[in-house]
Design a protein around this ligand. Structure first.
Ligand code: SF4
Length: 476
């Protein structure tokens, strides 16, 4: 077995670009997802080590000495961080020329050839379902024998046949063993989750076909392939034993509620264990299921509302109706399920009026907290091709820019009737309009007064948030 390092490489300071982040960027407030995509293969390679440089605050100088201790390094990359990650690969290779360097992640799965051509330090890139691919390489199989990779053979680039789709998801290992071995749970913050939290995936893929959404169109697919209820519950039981201080578990599947009977079955088991948990959901869960989930420990849903305009929902193929979202939100409020609502500005069909309509809608459905993002055209998505064909992609010559020089998200889309600057500015206006309302400020203050830990945390996050708004003001 090759001595293997799994590395979330250092890039921008505070960059939440790890092997668990859907849209990689430096956030308004400090935020890190667990590097679950790397933890999965790491759990299959005995003696390996997973290093999450951004979350640990490690620089290139900190990780470079590790190059000499390993024979194989597997780096997780993303579209925004790829140029920086390639430089890390070059530095590791310069330190240890014998080191085999492989890249994984949606970016290289979609663009294997361009990725390999970018840097000779990258020996191979792995496509989808890469856990068993990496295991086989770590076991010493030659590149020709391994499905699911593209690699360099002298001057030639070779593309092996794709890896078969994993159907029996219980073959995936429990990642909490790797979390325990290699990670520090306190490093991981998400503004709307209790701290410390812990997240895992219980399945892969999403049934919906939203045109902007990265993972289902690139690495997950449109079938929700799931681990069995027992496999999930036994991992949470193990995590409770390993990490008694964890306050909340998060199921970070694209849409945990895509299979309602299974979601209810998992909930009932978690309810018996007294677990507080949260998950990603689509705004179409019926009241009876909501009640079962809430009665069994569900605290919060992350809900992608995206927009308050029905035509934009059609344009992005969300398969959602504004009135369903209204009813779902009312049901959650009634049952006491908190919602972190996510919205995207600049999707096809956006105008100044639809931005106002979405702001109004957000205040109406009134999620507990919200996140407003800029439409991001990632290679491999329908939106990317659409934006390119229609001339909406900013910096289209370079494939579209997703973040600026310090890793903060920038508008990658601009329309003749709505410029990238207007979309960018609207994000800060949206936050102000939503949070600086007497009702919202009263609710948030009351919540903080009742919870000392929350108060301390909100004060820190508040400072970061105001700095973010200030930066937007300056750059407007
Ligand atoms: S429902 Fe959510 S996870 Fe599924 S494709 Fe749409 S945005 Fe992506």
């Amino acid at each position: 077995m090759l001595k293997t390092l799994f590395l979330n490489p250092p890039s921008y300071e505070g960059f939440d670009g790890g092997a668990g982040s859907r849209y990689q960027a430096r956030r308004e407030i400090k935020s890190f997802w667990y590097p679950t995509w790397l933890a999965q293969p790491a759990a299959m390679v005995p003696g390996s080590r997973l290093v999450d440089a951004p979350a640990r605050g490690l620089s290139l100088d900190d990780v470079l000495p590790m190059a000499s201790d390993y024979e194989l390094a597997v780096l997780h990359t993303s579209s925004p961080s790829f140029p920086a990650d390639a430089k890390v690969a070059e530095a590791l290779k310069a330190r240890n020329p014998q080191l085999i360097v492989g890249f994984v992640g949606a970016h290289v799965a979609i663009l294997p050839e361009i990725s390999l051509k970018t840097s000779e330090a990258i020996d191979f890139v792995a496509g989808n379902e890469f856990e068993f691919t990496i295991k086989e390489i770590a076991e010493g199989k030659s590149f020709e024998e391994v499905d699911g990779i593209s690699y360099r053979d002298g001057d030639r680039l070779v593309h092996n046949r794709p890896r078969a789709i994993l159907e029996d998801m219980d073959q995936l290992p429990h990642v909490v063993d790797v979390y325990k071995r290699d990670l520090v749970t306190d490093d991981y913050f998400i503004g709307y989750l209790y701290h410390p939290y812990l997240s895992v995936y219980t399945g892969r893929g999403c049934k919906s076909r939203c045109t902007f959404c990265l993972w289902p169109q690139t690495i997950g697919g449109h079938r929700y392939r799931t681990r069995s209820v027992d496999h999930v519950v036994s991992e949470i039981a193990k995590a409770q034993e390993y990490f008694p201080h964890i306050k909340e578990y998060f199921f970070d599947d694209d849409t945990f509620t895509d299979d309602l009977p299974r979601a209810e079955a998992i909930a009932r088991r978690l309810g018996e264990m007294g677990v507080t948990w949260s998950c990603n959901a689509k705004a179409n869960v019926p009241y009876d299921t909501l009640k079962v989930l809430k009665d069994n420990g569900l605290r919060l849903f992350v809900v992608g509302y995206e927009t308050g305009n029905q035509q934009i929902l059609h344009n992005i193929k969300k398969g959602m109706r504004i009135d369903w979202a209204r009813r779902f939100s009312a049901d959650c409020h009634k049952l006491g399920i908190k919602i972190h609502g996510t919205f995207v500005l600049g999707l096809p069909g956006e105008t100044r009026d639809t931005i106002k309509e979405t702001m109004h809608f957000a205040k109406e459905v009134n999620p507990h907290t919200l996140q407003v993002s800029l439409a991001a055209a990632y290679p491999g998505t329908y939106l990317y091709d659409q934006a390119k064909q229609n001339g909406w992609l900013v910096d289209s010559d370079t494939g579209g820019q997703l973040v600026d020089g310090d890793g903060t998200q920038v508008s990658s889309i601009s329309y003749p009737h709505l410029t990238q600057d207007e979309i960018f500015q609207a994000v800060a206006d949206f936050y102000r309009e939503f949070y600086f309302r007497p009702r919202k400020m009263f609710d948030m203050t009351s919540e903080m007064v009742r919870d000392w830990e929350l108060l301390k945390r909100r004060l820190r996050e508040g400072g970061e948030f105001f700095r973010f708004l200030g930066t937007r003001q300056k750059s407007a």
